[in-house]
Design a protein around this ligand. Structure first.
Ligand SMILES: NC(=O)c1ccc[n+]([C@@H]2O[C@H](COP(=O)([O-])OP(=O)(O)OC[C@H]3O[C@@H](n4cnc5c(N)ncnc54)[C@H](O)[C@@H]3O)[C@@H](O)[C@H]2O)c1
Length: 252
């Protein structure tokens, strides 16, 4: 059984890492896809990959911090497929790792702009489109750092706690309209973002794994499986949740 048969699913940050993994996994579940990313050349490659899996799909180059571009993205989905059923708002940046006092102010603003304002803009236009066709399911990508603090990531953590708060509030705004809003909160996932940190800071992986009960990183596919369940009708009574996908990290 395909979990997302014919559903129209939008994924932001689809060119790389968790977003690309989600695009491939969602395509395998029979969905039609609307892929978005600021990186158009990598996005076109992911488009070909999901089409090869048999998915009808479009890629729309989009900067999620730009309201006009996000509105155009949602309009493109509706123009192409007539509706929008699900969204995985995943585009995000890590920002530099440093103690709060050393965080560059422009970098703080950019982290909030992509990770928090970006999710706000996506939900603003997605909820409008979904309201017109009887509802839908939105999944925002937060992080374990949206549930607990960690050193060296004050801006990132602020943005990800913000995503969880916005998820809870939007779930209440739209519960009666049939739009479910949830978040996933991954721990460390094997992606280019994490590979970059591990390359720049030797020894970090050992420290991370020492704190993860499962003693390993997640694969993008393991995050995607949680997203697929939250998008699917199998989670029909689940809204306003922030689901850790973290090998037990936040249970400690
Ligand atoms: N990798 C992890 O361990 C981990 C853990 C928890 C949460 N996350 C979250 O998962 C999401 C994806 O991270 P990833 O690890 O796959 O990173 P990644 O860098 O591999 O992918 C992020 C994607 O977002 C895109 N992007 C960046 N800024 C954008 C913008 N302004 N508009 C549109 N697209 C933009 C990038 O081009 C890239 O394709 C992020 O929100 C991240 O915070 C990652």
């Amino acid at each position: 059984m395909s979990m997302l048969n014919e559903k129209v699913v939008m994924i932001t940050g689809a060119s790389s890492g968790i977003g690309r993994g989600a695009a491939l996994a969602v395509a395998a579940e029979g969905a039609r896809l609307v892929l978005a990313d600021i990186d158009a050349s990598a996005g076109e490659k992911v488009l070909i990959e999901v089409e090869t899996l048999g998915s009808e799909a479009i890629f729309v180059a989009t900067d999620v911090t730009d309201a006009t571009q996000v509105e155009r993205l949602v309009n493109a989905a509706v123009d192409r497929f007539g509706r929008l059923d699900c969204a995985f708002n995943n585009a995000g940046i890590e920002g530099a790792m440093s103690p709060l006092g050393d965080i560059d102010i422009g970098e703080f603003d950019q982290t909030i702009a992509v990770n928090l304002r970006g999710v706000f803009l996506c939900m603003k236009y997605q909820t409008s489109a979904m309201s017109k066709t009887g509802g839908g399911s939105i999944v925002n990508n937060s992080s374990v750092m949206g549930l607990v603090g960690a050193p060296q990531v004050a801006a990132y953590s602020a943005s990800k706690f913000g995503v969880v708060g916005m998820t809870y509030s939007a779930a209440l705004d739209y519960a009666e309209k049939g739009i479910r809003v949830n978040a996933v909160c991954p721990g460390g996932v094997e992606t280019p973002m994490v590979a970059e940190i591990l390359r720049d800071q030797p020894g970090v992986l050992e420290n991370i794994l020492a704190a993860v009960p499962a003693k390993r990183l997640a694969s993008p596919k393991e995050v995607a499986q949680a997203v697929i369940w939250l998008c699917s009708d199998l989670s029909s009574f689940v809204t306003g949740s922030a689901l850790p996908v973290d090998g037990g990290y936040t249970a400690q």
